[in-house]
Ligand binder design. Structure first.
Ligand SMILES: [Zn+2]
Ligand SMILES: [Zn+2]
Length: 361
């Protein structure tokens, strides 16, 4: 079968022929891949910044944002049946008995770092025609979400963040969180803005982007406001928004993030999800930030990867988005490319939001 693979040593990315996988246990299912989303992680892997092939291979099949259709199931599989649409999770547990997180099925909190990730770290991904996976890593998706289901995985970043937010805010004996600021207007930011909106927040998207008009259309269609970082300082943005309760950071731009961190409201939570590159140090007013954080009971947390319940809530939220904002949600997907043209999908398209490799229809 065809697959898109990266060869880190040879520094090559190409469409290859890879053996078609077969069921090897009664708890597995075999899927036909339909759509694969492409994100910054894939662009970094195909620029050879990271990405590790599985043991015994000199290549890694990329792709972690998947939508696929069940073809065949093992005798003990009960959660899905042939014809069902599914999203497969990405991270697999580390092998160490002492890692309580992985042993509890919460490899998103792995202590050892020896987890694997399909399409990223020591485990082949989904940018191919067929995949086999254990039933416990499959999440059924309603047929109505066929055209947008590939957005579930990038939405799980916001879903885990929300789960963390509700958990840590149990420290407040009331439930009154109103104003959320999303940093960044890429797919992760826009999907996060939709999730926060559905959860009842007044949402502001604060972003630096070349294609304001298009992003602005999506943001206003969901009833959020867009503030451009080029024309408004973090302080000005915070004045317009009012007291900020939550920041959902989805850019990996640390300078903007630390500027905004100075302007949080009382009892606010700042959630980092972006992974910055290794840039030179920048000056940060640490006294001001520390003083604010203490005097306002503020909390900063980082969040990575997503547990099964975040996939379930992403699927549920995506269904709500598809009903509330059908056109807008579809407009997040800006390009569909056949497998042979996957390398074009990996290039940053001007004005593009989310590119998808459409493997099968
Ligand atoms: Zn991704
Ligand atoms: Zn672990």
């Amino acid at each position: 079968m065809r697959a898109v693979a990266v060869y880190p040593v040879q520094r090559e990315v190409r469409v290859i022929d890879h053996p078609e996988p077969k069921l090897t246990s009664p708890t597995q299912a075999k899927m036909r891949v339909l759509d694969i989303g492409v994100c910054g992680t894939d662009r970094e892997i195909t620029s050879f910044e990271y990405g590790t092939p599985p043991d015994g291979f000199d290549y890694l099949i990329i792709g972690h944002e998947s939508l696929s259709e069940v073809l065949e199931v093992g005798a003990q599989v009960s959660k899905v049946k042939p014809g069902d649409l599914v999203i497969i999770t990405v991270r697999r547990p580390c092998p160490h008995p002492e890692c309580v997180a992985c042993r509890a099925g919460r490899q998103d909190f792995c202590y050892t770092g020896d987890f694997t990730e399909r399409g990223i770290k020591q485990n082949h991904g989904y940018m191919t025609e067929f995949v086999v996976e254990e039933e416990r890593y499959l999440n059924p998706v309603p047929r109505e979400l066929r055209d947008v289901g590939v957005l579930v995985e990038p939405l799980t970043i916001a879903e885990k963040s929300l789960e963390q937010l509700w958990t840590v805010q149990q420290r407040l004996p009331w439930n009154d969180h109103r104003r959320a600021v999303v940093l960044g207007a890429g797919p992760v930011g826009l999907l996060g803005a939709m999730a926060l909106k559905v959860e009842g927040f007044e949402v502001t998207v604060y972003s630096r982007s070349a294609d304001h008009a298009e992003k602005n259309d999506i943001v206003s269609a969901i009833g959020a406001q867009y503030i451009a970082a080029e024309t408004h300082s973090a302080e000005e943005m915070a004045k317009i928004v009012g007291s900020i309760d939550v920041v959902y950071e989805a850019t990996g731009a640390s300078s903007v993030a630390f500027d905004v961190l100075k302007h949080l409201g009382p009892n606010a939570v700042f959630i980092f999800t972006g992974v910055p590159g290794c840039n030179p140090p920048i000056p940060v007013d640490t006294d001001e930030i520390m003083r604010n954080m203490v005097l306002n009971n503020q909390l900063v947390l980082g969040s990575v990867n997503a547990p099964p319940q975040s996939f379930a809530s992403a699927i549920q939220h995506l269904g709500i988005f598809a009903t509330r904002w059908p056109q807008t949600l579809r407009s997040v997907i800006t390009g569909r490319f056949p497998l042979e043209r996957a390398l074009d999908a990996l290039k940053n398209q001007p004005g593009g939001v989310k590119n998808v490799v459409a493997v099968a229809s």
